[in-house]
Design a protein around this ligand. Structure first.
Ligand SMILES: *Cc1c(COP(=O)(O)O)cnc(C)c1O
Length: 375
């Protein structure tokens, strides 16, 4: 068997262990310390726009705290892009609220501004104004930021920007992770940079950051004993994990370049195969190309190709299964136009890591060429 080629695997810079060693040497082995502060500073200088960053245990916990900061509670409704990873939607349920799922548009595969407005009007007419909108830059492709923000602003509904897959992407030269009223990042093992597991909240005010850190560290009141007037969480990032993050920040831009060059190589290699199409960047959109995705002409071709790659020990995966198709969310309201169903049937993510060698990419490309040569 040839060695496995993964979809997206961790890619260290070599600097990470310096920060971890420093943490051990100074005994900062805790969910606070110089690496946590340093990683937050690094992210703030990277994102610009005077944002504040709170380093947390995961992207999911960042989303959960965002909903809490926006006052989402039992019985509320929160709008969420349907085509996404379940972690975008689950925290809505943690709060006892109901997710309302919105379909995608075909140009970025993200939340459709037209369906969004239809949904908001309909929910308001039913007496339930949504408390927030969760929009996602899927696979690193920025959503239609202006259109989505315009609709949300018109109805005065805050936007939570799920930027878990899009660190390093930008829209009209402003970095993804700075467009929401609150934004979140993820540093899970398969993301563009990783801390093994981790996430962050990006806020517009110092006060929001302070509240997030307060809730993430068990909501301790200011007293010598342990006193609580609010329910707290254990959601802060550890100082060891943050050390990995500091090392990873030094190679973020080069990882983006490499992932974009993977995408370009696939594009050039398959442009003569009629059954394969790609998602191109609309004007003003710059994607980190976290995962390189292709659309096939049918579900049969997509599944045939996936199995052919699997035989070659090459990992590939269908695009995210929309939340409105998930058994757990079958009773949630949704506003659909068919786009995300079709993307799920016909889309496939190809190996996309920043650590893929020329030989590995060649293996993927020849396996795909072979599949279309014989079928
Ligand atoms: C990975 C991911 C998350 C969750 O981040 P974790 O750090 O794994 O909790 C949320 N939303 C999207 C779109 C993701 O891809």
């Amino acid at each position: 068997m040839k060695p496995k080629i993964w979809l997206s695997s961790p890619h260290m810079s070599g600097n990470e262990q310096t920060y971890i060693k420093e943490a051990f040497d100074t005994n900062w082995v805790a969910p606070l310390g110089p690496n946590v502060n340093g990683f937050e500073k690094d992210l703030e200088s990277y994102l610009k726009e005077d944002r504040h960053v709170a380093a947390l245990a995961s992207g999911t916990s960042a989303l959960h705290l965002s909903l809490i900061l926006l006052g989402v509670t039992n019985g509320d409704e929160v709008i969420c892009q349907s085509k996404t990873f379940s972690a975008s939607a689950n925290p809505i349920v943690y709060q006892g609220a109901t997710p309302v799922f919105i379909d995608s548009e075909a140009e970025t595969w993200n939340i459709c501004p037209t369906q969004l407005e239809i949904a908001i009007k309909d929910r308001i007419s039913k007496g339930k104004k949504p408390k927030a909108v969760i929009a996602v830059h899927l696979y690193g492709m920025p959503y239609k930021v202006e259109e989505v923000n315009d609709v949300a602003k018109k109805y005065e509904i805050p936007v939570i920007e799920d930027s878990a897959e899009s660190l390093g992407s930008h829209y009209r030269n402003q970095k993804c992770g700075t467009f929401g009223d609150i934004s979140i990042l993820s540093f899970n093992g398969n993301k563009i940079i990783t801390t093994s597991g981790g996430g962050a909240m990006v806020t517009r005010s110092e006060d929001h950051k302070k509240q997030a850190v307060f809730l993430a560290t068990q909501a301790r009141d200011n007293a010598p004993h342990y006193q609580h007037s609010q329910i707290g969480y254990n959601y802060r990032m550890s100082n060891i994990v943050a050390g990995i993050g500091r090392g990873q920040m030094s190679i973020l831009d080069s990882h983006v370049e490499k992932r974009r060059s993977n995408h370009e190589l696939y594009f050039n290699s398959f442009k003569n195969i009629d059954q394969i199409t790609f998602l191109s960047e609309p004007e003003g959109h710059f994607s980190n190309r976290w995962l390189s995705c292709i659309l096939l002409d049918s579900l049969e071709t997509r599944e045939g190709l996936r199995l052919a790659l699997e035989k070659e020990n090459i990992e590939s995966r269908p695009l995210w299964k929309p939340m409105h198709q998930q058994p757990i969310f079958r009773n949630s309201p949704n506003y659909l136009n068919g786009v995300s169903d079709e993307l799920f049937d016909r889309g496939l993510c190809l190996p996309s890591g920043s650590n893929l060698s020329k030989e590995e990419l060649d293996r993927v490309i020849s396996a795909i060429n072979m599949y279309f040569a014989v079928c």
